[in-house]
Design a protein around this ligand. Structure first.
Ligand code: SF4
Length: 317
């Protein structure tokens, strides 16, 4: 059966409201792309949609409160139109698991970040069987290398290089919602970026909870470095490989962790002409006592040393 025919008698328009960081924005774009490839179309507003998805963020309480209030506001709409599908995806879905359906009974499904590739199938199941679905079991799985064509911007593209975090900062929920750190192969990232370049994209933003700890899973790096024997981090080798992609003019990345940043990264930022002069290196606190309580893994002195190395690399005056 043709994929599109699965939805022939089903509602067609999707609307996604996104809360949170660039990772969330990329996830929404990815899920929208999957659904577009499956025959759905985009709605401009909630009022015009048949499927309403909320992509959630649990990092700040304010975002979570707004999310819950936004979903609760749909009670009347759901009463008038019981056929619409309302779904939750992202970090809040993972954090609350099946409890979220008790708290927000108008939700038809809730899906953690690791299960987002399954959303088209989940929606189809709901349309056929109308039962609440919770999908949060793939929290530590590597995502399949699927790239729907849809991108929100024409020139700038988000490229996820990995997901999850092993740092367990004491104030942060991310390791519990996005799972343990796992990265994509350089060859797969390169393939995606070359494809974006062919389509006319000029700028890429590499995304990961901690891009500096990037490690090519197969450890096969020699093909991606002009000096394969030089001691460089895998992230620097990735930047070098991407810097050579024809058509791409600017490369940005976020977020960096001071614990894993080092002089070789700063030198690469100086030497690779496409890597932008923008470094997000969250200090979090200037007190060693607080940094320890936060479980950040570095001291104020180490941070100052890094800042000095960044300056010495000549990228900032
Ligand atoms: S490094 Fe960032 S994502 Fe990971 S636990 Fe700490 S604050 Fe959260």
């Amino acid at each position: 059966m043709n994929k599109k025919s699965l939805y022939i008698n089903m509602p067609k328009k999707i609307y996604i409201r996104t809360f949170g960081c660039q990772m969330s924005l990329r996830d929404s774009e990815f899920v929208a792309g999957l659904l577009l490839d499956d025959g759905f179309t985009l709605a401009n507003s909630i009022a015009g949609a048949d499927i309403i998805l909320f992509n959630s963020c649990s990092v700040r309480k304010h975002a979570e409160d707004r999310l819950i209030s936004n979903i609760s506001d749909l009670k009347l709409l759901k009463k008038k139109r019981p056929d619409i599908v309302i779904g939750l995806m992202g970090c809040t879905a993972q954090a609350y698991k099946d409890k979220i359906l008790d708290r927000l009974p108008i939700l038809d499904f809730s899906c953690g970040p690791g299960n987002e590739s399954d959303i088209p199938k989940i929606i189809k199941d709901i349309m056929e069987n109308r039962c609440g679905i919770v999908a949060t079991d793939k929290i530590n799985d590597k995502r399949p290398e699927i790239f729907p064509e849809y991108r929100q911007d024409r020139f700038r593209a988000y490229v996820s290089i990995g997901e999850g975090c092993n740092n367990f900062c004491s104030y942060c929920i991310v390791p519990y919602t996005r799972g343990r750190e796992r990265f994509r192969e350089i060859k797969d990232i390169l393939k995606e970026v070359k494809d974006l370049a062919k389509r006319g994209f000029k700028e890429i933003m590499l995304l990961g909870q901690n891009v500096n700890s990037y490690m090519n899973p197969s450890r096969n790096l020699t093909a991606y470095s002009s000096k394969p024997t030089a001691k460089k981090s895998d992230f620097v080798r990735l930047l070098e490989a991407l810097n050579a992609v024809k058509g791409i003019e600017r490369i940005r990345f976020m977020t960096s962790h001071p614990k894993d940043a080092s002089a070789d990264l700063f030198k690469a930022m100086r030497d690779l002409e496409k890597v932008c002069e923008h470094l997000h290196l969250p200090l979090q606190a200037g007190s060693n006592r607080i940094l320890k309580l936060m479980n950040r893994g570095y001291s104020a002195e180490k941070y100052l040393k890094l800042a000095g190395e960044y300056k010495a690399a000549g990228r900032i005056k």
